[in-house]
Design a protein. Structure first.
Length: 317
């Protein structure tokens, strides 16, 4: 048997035992359509088809005249008992009820809250940022000046300004009163982190372009750029124990700490080094710091890890 550009040729030949002179699979991946071309030995028979992996076996069996040997696999259905084991955990959560339900025109990418009163709730959905009064759950403002989906947003401590990042790589500063765009910065790819530094005059952002950037709002200048990550950066925060430290999590499996004073000390505009790097062991989707402590939690894959940053990033669990 001769194969040309055949992916997983050994596995397919062993499983199917196909007697053909040419089998060409252009692209094969579980659950994704792929293109297959083959011809029979000693005949002019030739076909091209785009089929799903689950139908590949049936399709080849039909051409070989072996359809009669195909038997449908019957998946055993297990009936649900309808009974849930009573535990202190589910008794606690059963006390909570949904008091408000809101429907949006598109995917909700982030929900965040203002850290200081009045603690407005920000909902990023499709190409809008909705600002809610947390007490009445009514919409106070709708920021709609986006052309691509919004991935993240945060409000300044004084409640007067909002920063948001979107799929087009833009990081935009808005006046919440007028909803006017005051400043605009950019990345080369989608932005998933955009937050104010404690002093309110600077912001930092992180993107799928693998960079973490620090911007100055009054001068509208890029102060510094870190390129230590090797994959998409999807989460970030300012340290609760030092306003000069930024913590980010990435799909490269790492959590990295950056000191925003680097641009002052080094006099440079960029660096590929991090102050501290921790290995979560899987793509990192979320990180959170315990209030007023050096404890950091990272979430990725199906587990959460707790780190002690004050002990040099010691893994506690």
């Amino acid at each position: 048997m001769e194969y040309e550009h055949l992916l997983y040729s050994i596995e397919l030949s062993e499983i199917l035992s196909i007697t053909i002179d040419c089998l060409d699979i252009s692209y094969l991946r579980d659950g994704v359509l792929f293109h297959v071309r083959f011809s029979r030995i000693g005949s002019q028979y030739y076909r091209e088809h785009t089929i799903s992996p689950s139908r590949l076996f049936i399709f080849i069996a039909m051409l070989q005249g072996k359809m009669s040997s195909y038997k449908k696999v019957i998946v055993k259905q297990t009936p649900l008992s309808g009974k849930v084991e009573e535990t202190p955990e589910n008794r606690y959560w059963s006390k909570f009820t949904s008091k408000h339900t809101e429907k949006f025109a598109g995917k909700v990418s982030q929900i965040s809250f203002g850290e200081k009163a009045p603690h407005n709730m920000l909902v990023c959905a499709a190409t809008r940022v909705h600002v809610y009064d947390i007490d009445t759950m009514t919409v106070k403002k709708n920021v709609t000046r986006f052309t691509t989906p919004v991935n993240c947003a945060s409000v300044r401590d004084d409640g007067q300004a909002l920063i948001a990042g979107s799929d087009d790589g833009l990081v935009q500063l808005f006046d919440l009163s007028s909803r006017a765009i005051l400043r605009s910065f950019s990345h080369k790819s989608a932005v998933h982190v955009a937050k104010f530094v404690e002093d309110g005059t600077r912001i930092f952002s992180a993107s799928d372009d693998k960079t973490v950037k620090l911007f100055d709002l009054p001068s509208e200048a890029e102060l510094f750029s870190w390129t230590a990550h090797t994959d998409h950066v999807r989460c970030g925060l300012q340290s609760s124990i030092s306003p000069d430290v930024i913590v980010t999590g990435s799909y490269d499996h790492t959590i990295k700490l950056f000191d925003i004073r680097d641009h002052v000390i080094s006099g440079q505009k960029s660096s590929s080094n991090a102050t501290l790097s921790l290995d979560h062991g899987a793509p990192v989707n979320s990180i959170v710091m315990f209030p007023h402590s050096g404890m950091l939690a990272s979430a990725g894959d199906n587990y959460v890890r707790i780190w002690d940053l004050m002990a040099g990033g010691k893994l506690l669990n």
